[in-house]
Design a protein around this ligand. Structure first.
Ligand code: R5P
Length: 286
């Protein structure tokens, strides 16, 4: 197998190729002055199975993935696997108000059309890992929560898991099961794309090590607001883990706010210390 890494996931693709003892594919990606994406496959792929590992954070990443998958097929790859460790657009899996485009459906359908298999990690609208079918598109949803929890679990003595909103309760439950501790949740009201309000309630976490887990940290608003509430309860420490650390406002906004911050490397950032390479390698072996 040849493993191609895209511009967002070069390091992760390298680790996956190493674990699979596979050749790392070579390609060239650049942007034209008008913003169009250009892709050139440099490795010989005729008769080979190929995997493309690249997180999709932006429209450019999506264009790069589409062009790469289609080019690999055109050039004679026998099978082409699309691996998107982080896959944007999955937050719009429903029409929340009339007339909205179902971006999750559109993006998954396009990627399905261009590949033989689709894999992502902790897709936003799913609560469990494993094979999923959404709008007739079949894909593998890998679960990185156990990796995150094992990492954080080694650093705390008396954990309690708190979900920052109801949407993350599934993660909190899974984490509490792994760490054999209690879990609870806060509730969140989203005011805008950047503003959230966390409703307070009384929880006894005094002298405990609070572990907060979320699938995505985007602006950081959810976690920062949740931490403001939890600090008031005087826990021993506040430890935050997320699968996809976008950190649109930088990780500086967490300095002095949380005691520990970690993410996986689905999005490469200064705190992406937990690698999902083994999950992806295992999936590609199958
Ligand atoms: C929401 O449903 C997600 O699970 C995250 O809580 C959300 O994407 C975080 O966004 P932000 O960091 O901008 O508050």
């Amino acid at each position: 197998m040849l493993v191609f890494g895209g511009t967002q996931s070069a390091g992760l693709a390298w680790s996956v190729a190493k674990m699979l003892n596979a050749e790392l594919g070579k390609s060239e990606v650049k942007s034209f002055p008008d913003g169009e994406t250009y892709v050139k496959i440099l490795s010989k792929v005729v008769g080979s199975e190929c995997a493309v590992v690249n997180s999709i954070r932006s429209n450019n990443d999506l264009a790069e993935m589409m062009l790469t998958l289609d080019a690999l097929r055109d050039l004679g790859a026998t099978q082409v696997h699309a691996v998107m460790p982080y896959l944007a657009y999955m937050r719009q899996d429903k029409r929340f108000t009339d007339g909205e485009a179902l971006s999750a459906k559109t993006v998954l359908r396009i990627l399905e059309e261009l590949s033989d298999s689709l894999t992502t990690v902790n897709c936003h609208f799913l609560n469990a890992g494993g094979e999923a079918v959404y709008n007739h598109v079949r894909f593998m949803n890998l679960d990185a929560v156990p990796l995150l929890v094992n990492h954080l679990g080694r650093k705390v003595d008396r954990p309690i898991v708190i979900a920052p909103d109801k949407g993350s309760v599934g993660y909190a439950k899974e984490a509490a099961h792994i760490m054999d501790c209690e879990f609870n949740n806060l509730s969140k009201k989203r005011i805008s794309g950047t503003e959230v309000v966390i409703k307070s309630k009384d929880l006894d976490v005094k002298d405990l090590d609070v572990v907060i887990l979320d699938d995505i940290i985007s602006t950081g608003g959810t976690i920062v607001e949740a931490v403001k509430v939890i600090r008031g309860w005087r826990p021993a420490s506040i430890n935050v883990g997320c699968v996809h650390g976008l950190f649109l406002k930088g990780i500086e906004s967490f300095k002095g706010v949380v005691d520990r911050l970690v993410s996986t490397d689905t999005v490469e950032n200064p705190v992406s210390k937990v690698s999902v390479a083994s999950l992806i390698a295992e999936d590609l072996r199958r």
